[in-house]
Design a protein around this ligand. Structure first.
Ligand code: S3P
Length: 450
């Protein structure tokens, strides 16, 4: 089932060369953070290029429920009149974050040090995901939480009336946990310190600095040490959201596996904490170049040019790169199916607690389409059959997971037989224009009745 309606079965058929320009939407991670920090600043934050996917729309709605004035001016231009640090009002109703782990975890952090009580819920996928990884550190600030067994949503969080700052080492590589602690630290007096052993996406740190918070980042033997001074007055910003590298991954990977393709994907954020997939594809022999490299709004940006790559080789993906490409393993596994030899992906336990268990979901669909996959608790391997040799022909389950859905549609563009999907509805959470954009390049995706 789609998270917001009836299932939308789809079929992707083998297609001719993909050609043209793919203007993918704004970055999902940056879009959530722009709305939340806008809501916590005093005055008007203006945002251009906001991702208008369901995940981000749910966060916009939540910010209104906390008292911020959030206005859609059309074409990705939004404004947020914030309530200031510690100014969140108590929402009158349950906060429904839909499919979005980022939304719920960041918002929990942002409200946990204000004297408000909030009940959170989501769709079947989100209500199955672990929240203790966030509520454990929030308890150190003085917040209390009451959820279902295993720390699952629906869950009520009682914000701390007298929060204390916290020193916290993040036990799993998670930007959502790190960000929740930093956002909670905003309204705690004194210095909140977060230590992460592995660097994860750093948009929260960058954006907090942009909004005028006192925040420092230092490298130590224990990892990155982030120190935030609480109770700043955040100053509203103009935020131009770069295009999402995690969405760019789909047209890029499609171009690499469909013979004759040549696709330009302009204006992609290449923050090093996000760009691991592109380095990995180049290591595999992909014809992928960065053109017009520049800096926009403090983030590195380039135009990506991807061409059909006849000699892709399987590789061992460096586990140290995992955090910088964690959302891209599903589509990487599709490219790996068309490479020669084995692609080995280790150190990826976190894939099992995303919108779906992404190792299980991809392994099942790839195997059904004739690809050899092996997997264990924190690793998986895909044995490539080489271009033209991947059978296809099966129907895959998307498990309420947008990236699983899009990955299987990319698979079907280069298999011998079409690949079908039980439900493409989840794609709207992060990439609402996926179908027209890919069709515009020459893909053959149809909504189908199975
Ligand atoms: C995100 C962090 C990652 C990623 C998610 C977006 C973020 O999750 O998978 O899509 O914006 O902070 P984890 O923090 O669980 O690794």
């Amino acid at each position: 089932m789609s998270s917001h309606g009836v299932p939308i079965p789809m079929t992707s058929r083998p297609c001719g060369p993909l050609k043209g320009e793919a203007r993918v939407p704004g970055d999902k991670s940056i879009s959530h953070r722009a709305l939340i920090l806008g809501a916590l600043s005093v005055g008007e934050t203006r945002i251009s290029g906001l991702l208008e996917g369901q995940d981000v729309l749910d966060t916009a709605k939540a910010m209104r429920a906390f008292g911020a004035e959030v206005t859609d001016h059309g074409e990705g231009n939004w404004s947020v009149h914030g309530v200031g640090t510690g100014g969140f009002a108590e929402p009158e109703n349950v906060i429904d974050c839909g499919n979005s782990g980022t939304g719920v975890r960041l918002i929990m952090g942002a409200m946990a040090t204000s004297p408000v009580t909030v009940t959170f819920t989501g769709d079947a996928s989100l209500n199955g995901r672990p929240m203790a990884r966030v509520t454990d550190p929030l308890a150190l600030f003085g917040a209390r939480s009451y959820g279902r067994a295993g720390g699952r949503l629906p869950m009520t969080v009682v914000g701390a009336a007298d929060p204390v700052p916290v020193n916290y080492t993040v036990p799993v590589p998670s930007a959502q946990v790190k960000s929740a602690v930093l956002l909670a630290g905003l309204n705690a007096p004194g210095k909140t310190v977060v230590i992460e052993a592995e660097a994860t996406r750093d948009h929260t740190e960058r954006m907090l600095a942009g909004f005028g918070a006192e925040i420092t980042v230092a490298d130590s033997e224990a990892g990155r040490v982030i120190t935030l001074t609480g109770q700043p007055e955040l100053k509203p910003q103009q935020i131009d959201v770069p295009r999402d590298p995690s969405s760019a991954a789909f047209p890029v990977c499609a171009a690499l596996i469909v013979p004759g393709s040549d696709v330009l994907v302009p204006g992609i954020g290449l923050n090093p904490t996000r760009a691991g997939l592109f380095a990995t594809l180049r290591d595999m022999g992909a014809d992928l170049t960065y053109e017009n490299e520049r800096t926009e709004g403090g983030e590195p940006v380039a135009d990506l040019r991807a061409r059909f790559s006849p000699d892709l080789q399987g590789i061992e993906v460096p586990p140290a790169r995992a955090a910088s490409m964690i959302d891209e393993y599903p589509v990487l596994s599709v490219v790996a199916a068309f490479a020669k030899g084995e692609t080995v992906m280790r150190g990826v336990r976190e894939l099992r607690v995303k919108e779906s268990d992404r190792i299980d979901a991809m392994a099942a669909g790839l195997r059904a389409n004739g690809v050899t996959v092996e997997d264990g608790p924190d690793w998986w391997t895909v044995t490539g059959a080489g271009h033209g040799n991947v059978p296809g022909g099966a129907t895959c389950a998307s498990h309420l997971d947008h990236r699983i859905a899009m990955s299987f549609l990319i698979l079907g563009m280069a298999t011998q037989k079409p690949v079908s999907l039980d439900d493409g509805g989840p794609i709207a959470t992060s990439f609402p224009v996926f179908e027209p954009l890919m069709s515009g390049l020459g893909a053959q995706i149809q909504r189908s009745n199975r």
